[in-house]
Design a protein around this ligand. Structure first.
Ligand code: URA
Length: 434
């Protein structure tokens, strides 16, 4: 078998066999298939798609590229969540300690930024010392001891996804339903989660822009979970405007800390509770969504979720001083408030433009291996539906220098649109696929 023939076959819209997919994934993982062939292949998949069978085979090939964790010795039912990627999506930072504080253990393997969307690992690395490279033994022992782990894909779990993920980020091959579904599900299956809540984002700042695409992705992932004998439910949630206020690594950590201390923006808090309640029910900690939500609200309000976050940072060697005093987290040299140039109801805050602007400021990567700047980003001060006057504060920009500030300011003002007539707020969740 030759890699080039498999690329040509997909380029010419033919269905790949399980053997061909295994050959390609194994070759890319062991380095015998180089990045340029893998990039050509992922582009062919992005353009021509995959059948559900091919997607399932790709998922399992990525799972089998490394070890599969068996968590049953450590926790009775391991629950996890995963987002399909968005702008300002720091949900994991809040929801994982929240669910753990409600008594349900959570062991999660997260990813880095992808295209215009941020990544949990990059965010957590704003905390000096925080380790995202736990070994499997460390993962298991931490899950056992504190019931909470938030790490990167260790080299031995779904290593193929780690390689494809980094390549797709910089080769324009992110927004493909089969590539996203197999990437997410291979990680989840390999890391031993038995119950998985999927947060499928839809809208301008998501990889899925239409309800139909989001529903297809959600259904495909739920089906793959069932084939692999896991429980899964998928929320389809809004990503037309950024989630919460902060976009950028340290800024998002600060907002997560605020939220864990009961001071988060309402819409973000509600979104976290929506995800947490699904995890708590799927993980069989509570029989009903109502009871699960009540417990999650209590854990946010009584400080137990915040304590769990501190346990997590401590366990993974992060400097606790920086989370107790988030003003110490990395700070950009230029921080300025930008005022609204217009009066009216906000009808759009284009999450895609906000995400791309944050990447342009240095919060994400333009090419593989780029260093990211943890300090830069933006705080969006308004939400769609808000009524504002010209001269009101609109957003706060955190930039490395004045020239970058100027470019970002122009782009971010264009991300906002105003209407003279009333605009309804955007919904948080559109649907649940189970
Ligand atoms: N999240 C992932 O883990 N993989 C993707 O491809 C997209 C979002």
């Amino acid at each position: 078998m030759r890699a080039v023939d498999i690329i040509i076959k997909k380029r010419d819209r033919h269905e790949l066999s399980r053997e061909e997919i295994n050959f390609f994934v194994e070759g890319f993982t062991d380095g015998s298939i180089p990045d340029y062939q893998a990039a050509a292949w992922t582009m062919a998949v992005l353009i021509n798609g995959m059948t559900p069978q091919e997607t399932t085979d790709l998922t399992m090939a990525m799972v089998n590229s490394g070890d599969v964790l068996d968590l049953s010795q450590v926790v009775p039912l391991a629950v996890d969540k995963h987002s399909s990627g968005g702008v300002g999506d720091k949900t994991t930072l809040v929801v994982e300690p929240l669910v753990a504080a409600c008594g349900l253990p959570v062991g999660k393997m997260s990813g880095r930024g992808l295209g215009f969307s941020g990544g949990t690992l990059d965010k957590m690395e704003s905390i000096p010392g925080f380790r995202v490279d736990l070994t499997t033994e460390e993962f298991l022992s931490q899950l056992d001891q504190i019931g909470l782990v938030l790490t990167g894909q260790s080299a031995d779990l779904a290593p193929a996804d780690g390689k494809f993920y980094a390549l797709r980020d910089v080769s324009g091959t992110v927004n493909s339903i089969p590539l996203i579904a197999s990437s997410i599900m291979s990680k989840k299956i390999a890391s031993g989660a038995q119950a998985i809540v999927l947060d499928v984002k839809i809208g301008l700042g998501a990889f899925m822009e239409t309800q139909e695409e989001a529903r297809n992705l959600a259904q495909l992932m739920v089906d793959i979970a069932h084939l692999a004998d896991r429980k899964a439910v998928a929320l389809i949630s809004d990503m037309n405007q950024p989630l919460g206020r902060a976009v950028g690594n340290a800024l998002e950590v600060k907002e997560a800390i605020d939220t864990l201390q009961g001071k988060g923006p309402d819409s973000f808090v509600f979104h976290c509770l929506d995800v947490a309640e699904q995890m708590l029910v799927l993980g069989e900690a509570f029989p009903t969504v109502k009871e699960a939500r009540k417990s999650a609200e209590t854990a946010l309000n009584d400080g137990s979720a915040w304590q769990k976050f501190l346990d997590l940072v401590r366990a993974q060697e992060g400097d606790i001083d920086y989370v107790k005093h988030p003003d110490k987290l990395p700070k950009a040299p230029v921080i300025k408030v930008v005022k609204s140039p217009e009066t009216g109801y906000l009808s759009q805050i284009n999450a895609r433009i906000v995400g791309e602007t944050a990447v342009g400021l240095g919060a994400g990567r333009e090419k593989k291996g780029d260093q990211i700047n943890h300090a830069v980003g933006v705080e969006i001060l308004r939400e769609v539906g808000d009524q504002i006057k010209a001269g009101d504060d609109l957003f706060i920009l955190h930039a490395q220098d004045q020239a970058e500030f100027d470019i970002a300011q122009m782009r971010l003002i264009k991300a906002h649109q105003w209407s003279e007539s009333h605009v309804d707020p955007l919904p948080l969740v559109y649907d649940i696929v189970s």
